[in-house]
Design a protein around this ligand. Sequence first.
Ligand code: ZN
Length: 528
Amino acid sequence: MVKLTFYGGVREIGGNKVLLEDDEGKIFLDFGYPYSKYRVFFEEYLKPRAGAGLLDLLAMGLLPHLEGIYRTDLETENLWQQFRRAGHYRKLEDIDGILLTHAHLDHSGHISFLREDIPVYATASTAFIAKAIQDSGKADFDQQVCYFTPRVEECLKGWKQGAYVASSSGDHQRRFGVADQSGLSEEARNFWGRATRQKKLDSQPLDDIGKCSFNLRCFPVDHSIPGACSWGIETSSGWVVYSGDLRLHGKRGKLTEAFIKEAAQLHPRVLILEGTNVDKKANIAEKEVYENAFKVINDAKGLVIADFPARDMDRLLTFLQVAIDTKRKLTILPKDAYLLKTMRLLEPEIPDIAQEDAIVIYQETTASKSPAQWLKKIYEEYSSKVVLAKDVASNQDDFVLCFSFWDLNELPSIQPGAGSLYVFSSSEPHNEEQEMDFRRLHKWLEHFGLRGFGLPVERNGKWEIAEEEKGLHASGHACGPDLLRVARGIQPEVLIPVHSEKPEFYVDNLSGSGIDIILPTENRTVEI
Ligand SMILES: [Zn+2]
């Protein structure tokens, strides 16, 4: 008998944490950051306290009450005493690992809190993106997926109580086992072990997934980030297949098609399937995004800003093609350059920034005198490609600037000219905070006389994109009919929906298909 316990991803989009237990062992399917649950209690300036370690997250119900799986350096004194009587408390040691499906934080983020000897199994791309995100990001204590800075209790002078502070000794890299490690170049392995912050990195060589006590299958699938996969786990009750996030309509939709075929051949007992876009009837393909973006940018006079999701490599390449075809330069941020360079270590078909005339790198106006190591390296390596606000300001017709809402504060240095365009190629707001940001975005555009295109507009409390401006965003997730095609194509005995606000969709649409649907309950176990 196999037991599946759903600690996250139940009636929420993201935060997937599914524990699979069998005679073979125990393994988690993703260990994600539950954004919507966080927002119930926290916001930008009200955060879990880093110095309190695990306490705030456990107390606020953001981490499962599972003693034994978390980093011991984050366990404050007598931490577990207050949780031992909680409803779903369990002592859980000997975990075999995490099967990570992709590097979006809603699937990977809470790995930050897990013991460093628990291996993470993923594709090489996912492992590398996780490192690139951390190397070039803020590396808060709750986003240390690939490596972490241990915390030590320190008695501050004259104070009674110790605080848990980041140790200065160095970073510890987690153990990653990758499904496709055999073809990795020397350069790629060097990247994996390289410290890019001021601290030294206690690095761990990449392993393979053969070390896991379960018999595993890793199926590459298409999603809005490179390296996404679905997993198959052989259990005493038959194969359990876990989709992660996927789509059929992207540039690599064939991968997902192959996954359906191969997973079907396993005759799985269980399929755990995402359901983000169950309400969508159809998809927009990346090719349409190219065509629509080309049309509007080709007609544009003045500056063009393209706003698309971070780490969506397909979209970046779409806008690169548009830039080439409209004789402009795609102006990316250093963190995008860092990711592009990292991805090229694994996929040689990714363009080389040094060789691609149509790519330049934007240097923020307030750049620090002593930039972080990774940033310094990017500026040095591509020194002939760095452009400043004044370069963009004086030749606005020449650029497609890859900015998002968070980069708008560069605009006072650029002063976009009349007729400049803001092309929105991302998803509409999903919560009140994002709605506030969209109102601010509209104000910024108004202020600088920028014309928005493809941008959701608020009408009677609803955010909608004007009909003639649609088709600028291809979602990372399959629409309802495609999800049903995945389910029917794989034909499991049991389907369990996760990562969905409307899991009933599967009950309503798969009756009579021979597939049993089990709707999971948070913190509860399903036995199969
Ligand atoms: Zn997700």
